[in-house]
Every structure is written in C-alpha cells, then in structure tokens.
Design a protein around this ligand. Structure first.
Ligand SMILES: NC(=O)c1ccc[n+]([C@@H]2O[C@H](COP(=O)([O-])OP(=O)(O)OC[C@H]3O[C@@H](n4cnc5c(N)ncnc54)[C@H](O)[C@@H]3O)[C@@H](O)[C@H]2O)c1
Length: 371
C-alpha cells in the first residue's frame, strides 16, 4: 500500500499527546509524518521534556499536567505513551478515561492495563462517551504478520489446524506473580506474542502452561476457539545473538513461516504427487509452481518499507487508527476487545502452572476458571 505523507491529507485530527519519554520520541511521534495528525499540544510531567518534544515535533503548546491540556485544548484524539505508576500499574486506564470524558478519542500503548477489570472500565467509558480507543499492539501490524494473515485467509490454505510461536520471555515463579512490580517485565512483553496469536488464530478457549525453573522458560499449550491447536514457546535462555521470534501456521497441506519478523516463507500445496522411493533429488517431480515462495526486504533502497517505523508496525498501527477515526470508525485491530482477551490471558499466566485455564469473552464470562 502506498503511504500518504502528513502534508498530503486534506483532513487532519487535532491531536494531543501525553508522554514525551524514550519510546514516544523514538517510535510514535515520528509516525505522524505519515498520518492525518495535526499535533496541537504535548504533555509530560517533566516540563523540559514536554518543551523539547513540542519543539522537535512541531506542537503548538506544551503542558506538564494532562488535565490542564484537556481543559484548554480542543482535541479530536489524544495519544498516551506513559510508564507505570509507583505500584507498577500502567497509567493508561486512568488517563484514557480522563481523555474520553473530556471528549477525545484515545490511542494507548501497551501494556494497556494490569488487569482485565481495568480494560472493562475502559470498554464501559468508551461505550458511555462514544469515543474510540486504539491499543498499540504493534505486532498485529507488522507487514510480515499481515502477509501471513493474507495467505492463511485464502481458501486453498484450508482452515488453520495448528500454530506455533516462539518469543524470548521468562515467566516469573508462581510466588512472584502476585507482586505487580516483579511482573512488570512479563506484563510488558506477553501481550506481544499473544497479540500475533490473536491476529492469526482468533480467540483462545483454553491455555495450559509448563515452566522450567532454571530460566523461567515455558511452553503454553493453547486451544483456539476455532478448533486449531497451538503452542507458545517462551524461550528465555536463548542466546542474545539469536533472532528473537518465529511463527509457523499450518493449514491443510500448506504452511507459512515468519522468521525474525521479516522473512516470510509460504510452503504451498504441491500441484503433483511424487511417488516415494524413486526421487533422487528434492526438485525432481515438482514443478516450479509447487515451490515455496520466499520474501524478505532488500535493505538497499530508501523505501519506507525498509524503516523500522514500518517493519515494526508503528506507522501502520497509527495510520490505521487515525484514518479509521476520519471515517468515524473505531479500530479494526488493536481494539479494547483484543486488550480484554490479552489481559485475561495474562491473568491465566498468574495462576499456578500445569493447570488449564479457560479464557472468557467480555460479554460471556467474568472469571477465569480451571477446566
Ligand atoms: N511497542 C513497543 O515496541 C514499545 C517499546 C518500548 C516501550 N513501549 C511502551 O511505551 C510506554 C513508555 O515507555 P518508555 O520506555 O518511553 O517510558 P519512559 O519512562 O521513557 O517515558 C514515559 C514518560 O511518560 C511521562 N509520564 C508519566 N506519567 C505521566 C502523566 N500522568 N502525564 C504526563 N506525562 C507522564 C514520564 O514523565 C516519562 O517522560 C510503556 O508503556 C512501554 O511499555 C512500547
């Protein structure tokens, strides 16, 4: 899809921003070059950071108190990219609800909350104020993952039968899981692999976790509502020089592999049957039309697709949210419903290992229970 530059949009959203920290500076403000955003005001508890960000990214005004910004400015949408509070809780639910009550749509980074109850509060506020909320589940927007989704949606791929994913995350021991501060790292990251699994496999019915005590690595066995089975390998202990992630989706006589978030291989259903016992090389008998298809970026040209801003989903997630708002629609991906399931999955990981946990839906079930 060709990108539109900020100055080419005929209509733009009057935008505020809460948070001028490292991630916002590196990865979110720069996406506005490609989104229908008129950055009007920024806010950070640190007034110097706020002033710097306003100057660098072209905001008209800066604040050190978000309530003052919301009271003084007329904004269509507010982006929130903040850290955790003293207790270790992401600040998004409180700030997002303040923004919705002030009449703005909201985009929040991950992790959106520390509990599914807080996500429900945001769902209720969104319904009451009729304001939309987008959540920064960037992996739902990685071009490689979107390509995999496009392939698996084709009828020839057949229904998804199994999915495996790998992500280098350590699961703290059970005794640490009631301590929010000890869980910050896990909460921060577990939404990443599970947002891809949700994008690809849809909702989850049940999850069962085995854990290794030495490094906290774990294998989660997953039952998707669609009937597909899956596993997530939390591969803590791997070498830091290794690529971090791998995703494989199996259909019926077809599979797709996404390695290192950029390399996509599509193993297609062969057009011919090769008899067993006589083939002397692995090309023999198969036509080129049966060969695997392989994509990776060329990393030579100054194309947008070579930027981390696009490869890692940051620009696509912001473009998706803001252009949908211009059409008076909420996001299709990175929704509060996605967030609700992901926080329920997080809550399942808080339970003792080696028990199966059912994952509920917002309207259907309030609590996790043991299968
Ligand atoms: N998606 C990703 O790839 C990715 C990568 C890194 C970080 N993140 C997420 O981005 C968020 C920010 O991370 P970071 O590393 O930039 O943190 P940071 O500590 O560098 O920045 C947070 C900023 O928010 C400000 N802030 C906190 N509360 C505020 C409030 N009430 N009003 C105004 N400003 C407030 C702080 O002063 C600070 O400047 C976290 O949720 C983190 O998980 C996402």
């Amino acid at each position: 899809m060709p990108a539109t530059y900020n100055y080419e949009y005929s209509k733009k959203l009057r935008t505020g921003f809460i948070g001028c920290g490292g991630h916002a500076y590196r990865n979110i403000y720069p996406t506005f070059q490609y989104a229908p955003v008129n950055l009007v005001a920024v806010c950070d508890l640190d007034p110097v950071r706020a002033a710097d960000c306003a100057k660098i990214f072209g905001a008209e005004r800066h604040y050190s108190n978000h309530s003052e910004m919301l009271a003084r400015e007329e904004l269509d949408v507010v982006f929130i990219v903040t850290n955790v509070d003293e207790a270790g809780r992401p600040r998004y639910p409180t700030l997002a609800i303040d923004c919705m009550r002030a009449g703005t749509h909201v985009w929040i980074e991950k992790p959106p909350a520390s509990s599914s109850a807080e996500i429900r509060e945001m769902i209720n506020a969104s319904a009451k104020t009729k304001r939309h909320v987008g959540v920064g589940f960037k992996k739902m927007f990685f071009p490689a993952n979107r390509k995999a989704k496009e392939i698996i949606n084709r009828s020839e791929f057949g229904p998804i039968t199994s999915i495996t994913a790998r992500y280098p995350q350590s699961l703290p021991p059970f005794e640490a899981r009631s301590n929010l501060k000890k869980m910050i790292g896990f909460l921060d990251h577990i939404v990443h692999p599970h947002s891809v699994l949700r994008l690809i496999g849809g909702p989850i019915d049940c999850i069962y976790v085995n854990r290794n005590d030495l490094v906290g690595s774990a294998i989660a066995s997953i039952q998707f509502s669609s009937g597909a089975v899956g596993s997530l390998h939390l591969s803590s202990g791997q070498s830091p020089t290794s690529f971090l992630e791998r995703l494989e989706i199996i259909g019926q006589e077809e599979n797709v592999l996404v390695e290192n978030n950029v390399r996509v291989v599509h193993y297609r259903r062969p057009k011919e049957k090769v008899p067993y016992g006589r083939s002397s090389d692995y090309f023999g008998g198969f036509s080129d039309g049966s060969a695997p298809l392989f994509w990776e970026p060329e990393f030579s040209l100054g194309q947008l697709y070579n930027k981390g801003l696009f490869l890692l989903g940051y620009a696509p997630e912001v473009i998706h949210f803001t252009t949908r708002l211009l059409e008076e629609k909420g996001p299709e991906y990175g929704t509060l419903d996605d967030a609700f399931e992901l926080l329920q999955i997080y809550e399942a990981y808080l339970q003792p290992d080696q028990m199966a946990h059912r994952i509920g839906k917002p309207q259907q079930r309030d609590d996790l229970f043991v299968c």
